[in-house]
Each structure stands twice: as C-alpha cells, then as structure tokens.
Design a protein around this ligand. Structure first.
Ligand code: ATP
Ligand code: MG
Length: 201
C-alpha cells in the first residue's frame, strides 16, 4: 500500500470516528450536576476528588468538603484548601476513635459530620461537594444510606457530588452518574517505602 493510500485510509477512519463522537456530543444535552463515585483499592480516589475540586475553583465555583476520616493527620488538602474563600472544609476528625473503638462516640461523630454534609446538599451556593471516605460510614453501620440517597436526590440541580472510599454501598452505585474504580496494580508501601506527606496525605 502506498503512503497516499494509507493516508487516505487514516483520514477515512478519523472522519468516521469524528462522526460517531459528534453524534454522541449532540445527544448529551442535559445540563445538571453529577454524582461521581471514586472507588477501588488503588491509590488516587481522594486525590482525584480534590483535583476536580481545584478545577472547579479555577472556574470560580464554590466547593464544600466533608472528610469522614480518621483525622489524626493534618492532610495537605486541608492545609491547602481550608482558608480558600470559596471552600468550606469540615473534617470529622477528632471525635472519631478508630483506635479506641468507642462505637457510640464514632456514631455521634459520623452523625454530626453527616449533618454538615446534609446542610451542604440543601445549599444551592455550592457547585461541588466532596464527601471523602464517606463509604466507610455505611460499611461500619455508622450512617444509614437511605437519608443520604434522599438528600442526594433532592439536592440543587446544578450541584455535583464526589464520594470516595474503597468500597461503595450498592444503592449509591444505583443512583450515581459516573463511577470510577481505581485498580491497585502496585503500591510503594509494599516495596517498603514509608508513607510521606504530599504523596500519602
Ligand atoms: P489518595 O488520597 O492518595 O488519592 P486514596 O484516597 O485512593 O488515596 P485511601 O483508601 O483513602 O486511598 O487511602 C489513603 C492512603 O492510603 C494514601 O496514603 C494512599 O497512598 C494509601 N494507599 C492507597 N491505596 C493503597 C494500597 N493499595 N496499599 C497501600 N496503601 C495505599
Ligand atoms: Mg482517600
């Protein structure tokens, strides 16, 4: 086959591909916020969520964060975003006691973090919300999924929400728009590399 033939073939293939993509773009006309789930055992769920938040902030949009996590480490994302004028950042943190296993106190901490999250879901000033590590609250039975599903369904139309966590509640999967599963192919931890600020937290 001559170079000209292969060039023509390439052009034909690209034109066909463009037509398919253009048709898909023309079909996606709905304008609304989305529910994104970031799950799986690989590294990159929370960092993807905060990356998307940074992208939204670049467009001047308002963001809210509730971190349903241990909270004994001061994370880089909290240090970086907490004073941003367009970010409200809540860390469940200190009331939480994975280590002492005080279940009553854990449930109370989870509930009060959920109250903050719920208020954000009914506040149309927020364009994007991150509920980081929320999935564990369902896994450990600290929160019921049904009020969360209801609040998500009733949120302002333009509001997007990103929920992270290794495992996701089935019912959240049923109402999500975008679900990404990060695969654990390899992790430095297994090579004996110590966890480090800026990479791990
Ligand atoms: P990141 O915050 O880096 O995006 P993540 O949100 O996907 O990570 P989590 O399950 O929240 O992952 O775990 C957070 C911490 O655990 C990070 O410090 C991360 O480097 C580490 N981690 C994530 N996946 C693994 C893994 N497969 N093995 C060991 N450590 C991991
Ligand atoms: Mg995480």
């Amino acid at each position: 086959m001559s170079d000209k033939d292969s060039e023509e073939k390439h052009l034909y293939k690209m034109q066909k591909k463009k037509a398919i993509i253009d048709a898909r773009i023309a079909k996606a006309t709905e304008e609304r916020g989305v529910l994104i789930l970031m799950k799986g055992n690989g590294k990159g769920k929370s960092s993807s969520a905060f990356g998307t938040m940074a992208r939204s902030l670049g467009h001047g949009l308002r963001a809210g964060v509730v971190q349903f996590s241990k909270g004994w480490l001061e994370t880089g994302e909290h240090l970086f975003f907490k004073d941003h004028p367009m970010v409200d950042f809540h860390v469940m943190g200190h009331g939480f006691t994975w280590e002492t296993q005080d279940k009553t106190q854990d449930i109370a901490a989870a509930q009060s973090a959920w109250e903050v999250a719920k208020a954000m879901l009914s506040d149309d000033r927020y364009n994007i919300l991150i509920f980081d590590e929320m999935s564990y609250m369902f896994k450990y039975g600290y929160l019921d999924v049904s009020p969360v599903i209801t609040a998500l369904a009733n949120r302002p139309t333009h509001q997007s929400v990103i929920i992270t966590g290794r495992t996701m509640h089935r019912e959240l999967g049923e109402v999500a728009d975008t679900i990404s599963k990060i695969e654990d192919v390899e992790h430095a931890f297994r090579k004996g590399v110590k966890a480090q600020p800026g990479i791990e937290w």
